[in-house]
Design a protein around this ligand. Structure first.
Ligand code: B12
Ligand code: SF4
Ligand code: SF4
Length: 322
């Protein structure tokens, strides 16, 4: 029997309300307010069939079936950090920026809700941006993302359905936009796919490189990155502070070569735990240090299979000699 302790990959620390995350609890009826507004808004936009399916026909605007009667929606915004990964090959280097979630609020949610007898149902398909704006936690930017005071757009939104009582005196907030956007427009100018346009507020999903990458349709001529496209965020003046503070994760030539040898990842990585993912990578010959560094970048398991191609592309088109 192997009595070695299981290797732990990835880490989460801290749960400081207001410093790392912010939370509001709104009446569940706010979902109807958001729904009516989004339906009305989408009617005025020239949506493609795919956008209609994504925004209106899906299950985003309605309550799912639950084992309890929900009376509230808990909206959480969690601060994310940035990390710059540096890869090396044949005396050249390439870099890639990653958004990293470093805090877990599971214990906090357990203590505050579950242990007190309240139900919590993670409802990540609800229209999270509109709900977070309605909660007064964020404002919209022209790039379609939402921004929190002091934290910029590098935040993760979470929504839970619950039967916990609402934040006292909760007031539903109207759509709010950042003032700075009126005189800026950098995200629209620099978006590589031209997805952010003047004629409508919603970005054009079919031109967003983040999306094209997910569905494997990113043109070969476009810049490739291992993490999602972040051009509209990294060039936003509201995010400049976080970009400056990005920590660096360096992959040596040997580790970069290991990454480029990733192969045979299962088609569906969703059921894999981080331990199982780590074990798979270890069986492929990646060192523990290299796997740890990958996990430091909060890399999505389903993007692992694309790393060799992405790195080859980056070294071909955007490498700098050292
Ligand atoms: C579908 C989706 C996408 C689609 C479409 C994006 C879009 N149009 O919203 C694609 C695949 C392109 C995408 C890409 C990305 N996404 Co996305 N995505 C979602 C998802 C699942 C739903 C978003 C949605 O409902 N959109 C529908 C529209 C109708 O909603 P809305 O924009 O809030 O609509 C309101 C505004 O437009 C407003 N409005 C209308 N007119 C006007 C006019 C003005 C002046 C103003 C101010 C507002 C305004 O009114 C509308 C109705 O209330 C959410 C998760 C979720 N469950 O919410 C994540 C989410 C929005 N994505 C997120 C992220 C991080 C990304 C990416 C960075 C990832 C990447 N690079 O691949 C990119 C960024 C692209 C971008 N610039 O937005 C985060 C955003 C975090 C944040 N800071 O806001 C979310 C919240 C996921 C999460 N839980 O953290 N995404
Ligand atoms: S880049 Fe400029 S226009 Fe775009 S979201 Fe940031 S402040 Fe607004
Ligand atoms: S994620 Fe990239 S492609 Fe998509 S809107 Fe932002 S800059 Fe444009």
């Amino acid at each position: 029997m192997n009595d070695q302790p299981a290797v732990q990959y990835g880490s989460t620390t801290g749960q400081r309300e207001d410093e790392d995350f912010r939370l509001k609890i709104m009446p569940v009826s706010c979902l109807s307010l958001a729904k009516d507004e989004i339906l009305g808004f989408c009617e005025k936009c020239n949506l493609s069939a795919f956008e209609k399916k994504t925004y209106i026909d899906g299950s985003m605007l309605d309550l799912p079936e639950l084992s309890f009667q929900p009376i509230s929606i808990i909206v959480i915004i969690a601060k994310m950090g940035l990390k710059t990964a540096v890869f090396h090959r044949d005396g050249k280097q390439v870099t890639n920026l990653f958004r990293v979630r470093e805090i877990s609020i599971e214990d906090y949610l357990n203590d505050r809700f579950t242990k007190r007898g309240y139900h919590l149902e993670n409802a990540r398909t609800l229209p999270q941006k509109r709900l977070a704006v309605g909660a007064g936690l964020v404002k919209y930017g022209k790039n379609n993302l939402t921004y929190a005071d002091g934290w910029g757009s590098f935040i993760q939104l979470e929504t839970y359905l619950s039967d916990a009582p609402c934040t006292e005196g909760f007031v539903w907030g109207e759509v709010k936009n950042m003032e700075q956007c009126e005189s800026c427009g950098a995200c629209a100018r620099l978006c590589p796919g031209g997805a952010i346009t003047e004629d409508r507020f919603l970005l054009d999903i079919n031109r967003c490189h983040g999306w094209l990458d997910v569905i494997g349709k990113l043109p070969e001529t476009a810049a490739h990155t291992i993490g999602p496209c972040m051009v509209c965020q990294t060039n936003c003046p509201k995010n400049s502070r976080w970009r400056m503070e990005a920590a660096t994760v360096v992959f040596s030539e040997q580790e970069t070569a290991q990454l480029m040898s990733i192969h045979g990842m299962p088609k569906n990585t969703f059921p894999l735990s981080s331990e199982e993912t780590g074990k798979l990578l270890s069986d492929m010959g990646l060192s523990k240090e290299c796997i740890d560094k990958l996990f430091m970048l909060n890399i999505y398991p389903w993007t692992l299979k694309d790393i060799p191609h992405k790195l080859r592309h980056m070294f071909t088109y955007s490498a700098v000699s050292m």
